[in-house]
Design a protein around this ligand. Structure first.
Ligand SMILES: Cc1cc2nc3c(=O)[nH]c(=O)nc-3n(C[C@H](O)[C@H](O)[C@H](O)COP(=O)(O)OP(=O)(O)OC[C@H]3O[C@@H](n4cnc5c(N)ncnc54)[C@H](O)[C@@H]3O)c2cc1C
Length: 477
């Protein structure tokens, strides 16, 4: 009898793992178990008035690097090339990013010349931060917070304005708690290998293996900074789901896994609400904290390591305005915690993807709320109403972008514990988990945003690597 692999979690990581398992020359029987009725996890796109697309989760995928190319390959394999909406290198959404500091929007310098010009909110041209970086000694610690790393290498202003904002934009997190080794591994590695991050990034560039396809070549030639899909990014999990069904993958929706136990023959028994499944191998693409609650007593050390990986919540407020204009054209702006503890940033969706504005078109922006403001409200356990989140977002759009008229359409979603936090020492938690799995020879493989990258590209890659490990083939890097 063939092997059965159960994949837990139908977010993009679990879908990618199932996809790669199902394409093996001799595929095992694959059962994908998802708690909700919908697949895709945090990737969710909804239609508004006139067909406008509103992303409740991710809204753009980066094509850069080996992982970006792999995702484009997947898009082509799924027949989605004609649906891709690229942001080309010469587009304002590719060139312009802003920081909101001191009550004003400031364009971040782009290109080499920009480094030599005064660039408020920074007090000196960023060339000086670069010079400091080139001459700073190598760090000695096995890990360091992003803030401490940036302060040591680039100076206090870059640390408290640029890196603080970047951590809020990518992880909705606090740069004074997040690990540079795990959140920005290329920066950490560059310093380790070349002493300087700038040198390391320059010398290390172009070393990843080159994948090729018509879409990848187009993305390179046109220097795409990111891309989406015409009907929204949820088209990707939807296409994966159809593909899996056509390949005979058994998809169980509305079936939360509620426990894992090891049988005498070494196989897993996966308990579901109203039944169970036996599996030779389990790939968990669940958040680490959820998996930690499902593990049996024999796996307590693993559960401990997984429980220690926290996650934060984000409130996503999609706003649409009729007849309104933005004061600047760009991807969006980020807000450092010193400026506003609650507003992480605002994405100018209409600039990057005007094709999704609906008919008649209306200006779409998304306000991301989180940080210490949201944490404090969540800890109090009260007062976090839709009205409050909407009011906070509208105020931010009015103050920061001059969008003072009420929006014509508004969606408010509080995503609880949606972004894992790779805090200082995250690598040790991963090492403890890996060592336990290896020493106990447990037929369990971990995938998903909780471990080695939260971006959609990272999650797809984690699914691919998990499938390769289960199939016994080493994933090529
Ligand atoms: C607001 C927001 C904006 C983002 N923006 C971007 C962006 O612009 N670009 C980018 O690249 N990335 C972005 N990301 C990150 C990226 O979208 C996520 O990291 C990624 O989608 C996570 O995928 P996943 O499959 O690992 O996890 P999830 O999406 O969390 O999937 C896990 C799945 O497991 C299911 N599940 C939970 N418990 C059980 C159980 N007991 N049994 C069975 N199933 C269960 C859940 O229902 C879910 O479907 C964003 C994330 C958020 C939240």
């Amino acid at each position: 009898m063939g092997r059965t692999v159960v994949v837990l979690g139908g977010g993009i990581s679990g879908l990618a793992a199932s996809y790669h398992l199902s394409r093996a020359p001799c595929p095992p029987k694959v059962v994908l178990v998802e708690a909700s009725e919908r697949l895709g996890g945090w990737i969710r796109s909804v239609r508004g008035p006139g067909g406008a697309v509103f992303e409740l989760g991710p809204r753009g995928i980066r094509p850069a690097g080996a992982l970006g190319a792999r995702t484009l390959l997947l898009v082509s394999e799924l027949g989605l090339d004609s649906e891709v909406l690229p942001v080309r290198g010469d587009h304002p959404a590719a060139k312009n990013r802003f920081l909101y500091v001191g009550g004003a929007l400031h364009a971040l310098p782009s290109g080499l010349r920009g480094l030599f010009r005064p660039s408020p909110p920074f007090s000196k041209p960023l060339f000086w931060a670069g010079l400091r970086e080139l001459t700073a000694p190598r760090g000695k610690d096995p890990d360091e917070t992003v803030h401490s790393f940036a302060q040591r290498r680039l100076g206090p202003e870059v640390a408290s304005l640029a890196m603080d904002s970047l951590c809020r934009g990518v992880f909705a997190g606090n740069s004074r708690e997040l690990s540079v080794r795990s959140c920005f591994p290329s920066l950490f590695q560059a310093e380790q290998t070349h002493r300087s991050v700038l040198l390391g990034l320059l010398l290390g560039a172009g070393q990843s293996p080159r994948l090729d396809s018509a879409l990848i070549c187009q993305a390179r030639a046109e220097r795409w900074s990111q891309w989406s899909l015409r009907g929204g990014l949820e088209t990707l999990p939807q296409a994966l789901t159809s593909h899996l069904t056509s390949r005979g993958v058994h998809i169980l929706r509305g079936q939360p896994a509620c426990g894992l136990s090891l049988q005498a023959d070494g196989r897993w028994r996966v308990s579901l609400g109203d039944g169970s499944l036996d599996a030779d191998h389990v790939i968990s693409a669940l958040p680490a904290s959820v998996l930690s609650t499902l593990l049996p007593a024999e796996a307590a050390p693993l559960a401990r390591a997984l429980r220690a990986i926290p996650a934060v919540s984000v409130a996503v407020v999609n706003l649409q305005y009729r007849g309104a204009r933005l004061p600047v054209q760009g991807f969006g702006h980020l807000v450092p915690s010193s400026e506003d503890p609650g507003v992480l940033g605002i994405v100018y969706d209409s600039v990057a993807f005007p094709e999704q504005d609906g008919s008649p078109p209306g200006l779409r922006v998304t306000v991301m709320l989180g940080g210490s403001w949201l944490q404090t409200l969540e800890a109090r356990g009260a007062g976090l109403s839709q009205e409050l989140l909407q009011q906070q977002a509208q105020e931010a759009a009015a103050t920061q972008l001059g969008l003072k008229e009420p929006p014509s359409h508004c969606l408010v979603h509080l995503h609880k514990n949606c972004i894992p936090q790779y805090t200082l020492g995250h690598w040790q938690k991963l090492e403890a988990a890996t060592q336990f799995l290896a020493s106990q020879r447990l037929p369990l493989t971990l995938a998903g945003a909780s471990y080695e990258g939260v971006a959609v590209n990272d999650c797809i890659e984690s699914g691919r690597q998990a499938a390769a490990r289960v199939l016994g083939s080493e994933p090529d890097s």
